[in-house]
Write a protein that binds this ligand. Structure first.
Ligand code: NCD
Length: 323
């Protein structure tokens, strides 16, 4: 396991709801813990025992490819038993509430709930009403902490540290929980973050965030060390926020042409799913600066770290209660 910088530091959270509330030291501690788990994926036997006998439920009320499979694999690698729960195949489709669903699962003895929900605040609500640990896998437009942690981890693996790096987050910031967590992760770790996109896709009260804002990618691209391209989340919008997809691509798409103006070693990121040709051209998504698949690979180690840490706290607290 990676050597921790401050051996006196203790992780104390039994839930991971967001990054806004975490300190730099806590975020770094998760990333350091993940570093220790990274090499497990390279072993022939990819399993270790810390969550043996513990039950993790993956409650996904929204579609997911990367996040859900990554949490399942992370829990499996830590030897937990995993229950997969989806809205479509559960009694939620018959009208059962989130709380009733969770309480019923809890009655079966679950220890950790990983939840993705279209309502911002759903993970927090659960954490206040059930005993299991709650890990936020994306709630509405609010936060997606493990995505931002794996993004920060990926940058740290490339550059050693985020201190002083200029990071651009481009596109549909208003509807992006990836940006919602990323802003906090990146700035707390010492980066300078610029949100780039049309004014109609900027979040409300953006001036209260610790970021710069630009509505012209061409004005800032040459200064960026990292560029994180977001998907346009049409499913979260009432009406079109820009005249046409073509126009959006013209001003904000990461094209081969635009990349000529960027630093030669700029790190290109995308949380997925990618809309090739809209926010990013295929040649760039698959090009030499892209770390998109590394992000996915690193997600596994980061999610192992999160499950490991929250579980440790809950085991300790449960023991103390019994004494
Ligand atoms: C993101 C999500 O679902 O919030 N994807 C992900 O988790 N990798 C971003 C998106 O859907 O655009």
């Amino acid at each position: 396991m990676a050597k921790r910088k401050d051996s006196k530091f203790r992780w104390t959270h039994r839930h991971l709801l967001g990054l806004r509330e975490l300190t730099r030291q806590e975020i770094e501690f998760i990333l350091d813990t993940a570093r220790g788990f990274e090499q497990i994926s390279t072993r022939s036997v990819k399993k270790i025992p810390p969550l043996r006998g513990r039950v993790v439920v993956n409650m996904f009320f929204e579609d997911s490819t990367r996040t859900r499979n990554s949490f399942t694999l992370a829990a499996n690698r830590l030897s937990a038993d995993v229950i997969e729960f989806t809205k479509k195949t559960s009694s939620v489709s018959k009208g059962e509430t989130l709380l009733d669903t969770a309480k019923n699962l809890e009655a079966m003895g679950i220890d950790i709930v990983v939840i993705r929900h279209n309502a911002g605040g759903a993970p927090k609500f659960l954490s206040r009403n059930i005993n299991a640990c709650v890990v936020n896998a994306g709630d509405g437009f609010n936060e997606h902490p493990t995505q931002a942690l794996l993004d920060a981890y990926t940058i740290r693996r490339q550059r050693g540290s985020l201190d002083g790096l200029k990071i651009g987050i481009v596109g549909d910031i208003a509807h992006s929980r990836v940006a919602g967590s990323g802003i906090w992760a990146m700035t707390k770790l010492g980066a300078e973050v610029t949100l780039i996109g049309p004014p109609t896709l900027m979040p409300a009260k953006v001036e209260q965030l610790p970021v710069k804002v630009s509505c012209k990618l061409d004005d800032v691209i040459e200064h960026l060390d990292v560029i994180n391209m977001l998907r346009i989340q049409f499913e979260r919008m009432g009406r079109n926020p820009f005249p046409s997809v073509r126009e959006y691509s013209h001003f904000f798409g990461l094209t081969v042409e635009r990349m000529k103006r960027a630093k030669p070693d700029i790190i290109v990121m995308h949380p997925g799913p990618i809309n090739r040709g809209l926010e990013i051209e295929s040649e760039v998504a698959d090009g030499k600066n892209s770390v998109i698949l590394q992000q996915v690979a690193n997600g596994l180690a980061v999610r192992m770290a999160v499950l490991f840490l929250v579980n440790q706290v809950s085991v300790k607290e449960d023991k103390t209660k019994k004494i």
